[in-house]
Write a protein that binds this ligand. Structure first.
Ligand code: SF4
Length: 215
């Protein structure tokens, strides 16, 4: 449960992060809760657009996967079908790199307007840096960090560890509760991307939610 004091802090940090992200050429939409986040996202996903996405607890929480399906969006590159082979999933991930829109969350946002992403394979990193011309990132206030250093620390020592627990990996962080920069062949976090400026102004939209979303 979020206390009213925490709500106030979230609102303040969202305002600061939004100003910094705008200065760095990101398009910003500030919303109050997960319903508004979903509405803001759906408004930006025309039915006839091709859509790729990055795996995301945040997208799960706002209901993206229930509201954006092959029925609502026939050109969705949907790799969640359990009948897909690993090769078919990989093909869809590659096609997502040239979709009209790519949707994901970030692992952290700094108060200076940096976005931080940490991935195993780098499909999200690739899409966000040189992929679709229109990218949309949904981020909860819990991911806002004081500066770039703490944002990277958050991505590695909080988001990555929780993702390991979520996917029930056998990596050491699931026992130790913190990243030990492991050599595991199943390491979930091998590629870190920092976007410090949206080079083509407005091509990345950040939907910034004043409530916590994902981890
Ligand atoms: S590098 Fe290894 S220990 Fe660190 S978070 Fe990733 S999987 Fe866990």
């Amino acid at each position: 449960m979020v206390t009213s004091e925490q709500e106030t802090l979230y609102a303040i940090s969202c305002k600061k992060a939004a100003a910094a992200l705008k200065k760095n050429n990101f398009e910003i939409v500030e919303v109050n809760d997960e319903k508004e986040a979903l509405d803001a996202l759906l408004k930006r996903l025309p039915r006839d657009s091709s859509i790729g996405y990055g795996g995301s607890k945040t997208l799960e929480e706002i209901g993206f996967f229930e509201h954006v399906t092959e029925e609502t969006h026939p050109h969705l590159f949907n790799r969640r079908n359990p009948n897909l082979s690993p090769e078919e999933k990989q093909t869809l991930q590659k096609r997502a790199l040239v979709a009209d829109v790519f949707v994901c969350s970030a692992n952290a946002v700094s108060l200076q307007g940096d976005l931080v992403f940490i991935d195993k394979w780098g499909n999200r990193n690739a899409a966000m840096t040189y992929g679709p011309g229109n990218r949309i990132v949904v981020v909860g206030a819990n991911k806002i960090s004081e500066d770039l250093g703490t944002a990277i620390d958050r991505a590695r020592n909080s988001a990555a560890v929780l993702n390991n627990i979520r996917f029930d990996t056998k990596n050491p962080c699931t026992k130790q509760g913190t990243c030990v920069d492991c050599d595991s062949s199943d390491r979930l976090c091998s590629i870190v991307t920092i976007i410090q400026r949206c080079q083509l102004p407005g091509s990345i939209t950040v939907i910034l939610c004043r409530e916590p979303l994902g981890f």
